[in-house]
Design a protein around this ligand. Structure first.
Ligand SMILES: NC(=O)c1ccc[n+]([C@@H]2O[C@H](COP(=O)([O-])OP(=O)(O)OC[C@H]3O[C@@H](n4cnc5c(N)ncnc54)[C@H](OP(=O)(O)O)[C@@H]3O)[C@@H](O)[C@H]2O)c1
Length: 324
């Protein structure tokens, strides 16, 4: 089978397509025939050796896939060959077949296609966990989403609206902001051309926002923090801009603001039941047509490194997938 392989941490351009033997599942594992694999920002960091998790090389990137079960391990009970599934992997998904731990596999919900299944879990679970458990977002509050047209940003707009917030979407281009409005954002800010803090203050009538969802970092975090109102919460989700901001903590004393980290992957280990409840909630919202993951482009496996370069270069609207 063909797989996109990282032989040594380094530039994305060094990734190669190789013919490798079909993997064999262990007793509690399954073999998935990959129909669609979504590209996430951490894939770009991982192959460069810049992510907090560094798999032993060689490895295939690709953290989440949707596909069909091709084989199961001897101890696997609730999954059968032929089942359509979503699988969370960590890595290994940019390949025609991949191995998944059976407890990280769930049925593809009724009526969901493979691309949507591959694009749903990581971003929507992160944003639901972030807004609900870390941000305690309440109906009627104002939520500012940075990087709002990206993977977790799109999910935060949709979930923020469902939770009853007024959503201000901030992104770097008019094309990205048009997508945010289409998804339900009430207001938009182009932070390439407008002053982020001033515009948030203006749009909140001088009161400041209640919650900022920040997957971008870099130059945007501090102005967004300064635009939080009384007891506002800054949710630290990621640093897609590449720079981890250093913040003066007096900015929290003023207005009793909080800075709260969001780490979905670890939260699942600490609160597996809460995670299952969130998955159930997302399935219900999907079935009711309340969330619609945006898959803007599809790449072949041979175009895998172009797909990863595309996300690293800030070009993606919503999500992109690799279809092996
Ligand atoms: N904490 C968690 O549990 C968790 C879970 C999932 C993801 N994450 C992290 O969240 C971040 C975003 O993930 P994502 O999947 O939403 O990524 P994404 O789809 O690429 O979106 C990131 C957004 O960041 C903005 N950005 C600003 N400067 C950028 C730069 N120099 N390069 C690339 N993008 C830049 C872009 O929007 P504009 O062009 O509009 O600025 C882009 O749309 C990543 O750092 C990821 O590791 C964290």
């Amino acid at each position: 089978m063909k797989a996109l392989i990282c032989e040594a941490f380094g530039p994305i351009d060094n990734l190669t397509i190789k013919d490798v033997p079909s993997p064999v599942p262990g007793p509690r594992q399954v073999l998935v025939e990959v129909k669609s694999a979504s590209v996430n920002f951490p894939d770009a960091l991982m192959v460069q050796g810049l992510y907090q998790i560094k798999p032993p090389v060689p490895f295939s990137p690709g953290a989440e896939v949707a596909g069909v079960i091709k084989a199961i391990g001897s101890e696997v009970k609730r999954i059968a060959v032929g089942d359509k599934v979503i699988a969370m992997l960590g890595h290994g998904g940019f390949a025609q077949e991949c191995i998944a731990e059976s407890q990280m596999v769930m049925p593809l919900p009724e009526g969901m296609d493979f691309d949507t299944g591959a694009a749903l879990v990581l971003t929507y679970c992160t944003s639901l966990h972030g807004l609900k458990s870390c941000g305690a977002l309440k109906a009627g509050e104002t939520l500012v989403v940075l990087g709002a047209a990206g993977g977790v940003g799109v999910a935060a707009i949709e979930i923020g609206k469902i939770m009853g917030a007024r959503v201000i979407a901030a992104a770097s281009s008019e094309e990205k902001l048009a997508l945010c409005r289409k998804l339900g954002a009430d207001e938009t800010i182009n932070y390439s051309t407008e002053n982020l803090k001033d515009r948030i203050m203006e749009l909140t009538g001088g009161k400041g926002a209640d919650v900022v969802y920040d997957p971008v970092g870099g130059p945007y975090t501090e102005p967004a923090l300064r635009a939080l109102g009384w007891r506002g919460r800054l949710l630290v989700v990621g640093f897609a801009a590449g720079e981890i901001p250093k913040i003066a903590i007096n900015l929290t004393l003023l207005k009793e603001r909080s800075i709260v980290g969001v780490y979905w992957g670890d939260s699942v280990k600490h609160d597996p039941m809460g995670h299952l409840a969130n998955l159930k909630q997302l399935n219900e919202w999907f079935a009711a047509g309340k969330i619609k993951p945006v898959v803007s482009e599809r790449f072949t496996l041979d175009q895998g490194k172009e797909a990863i370069t595309y996300i690293a270069n800030r070009k993606v609207l919503g999500k992109i997938v690799i279809v092996p």
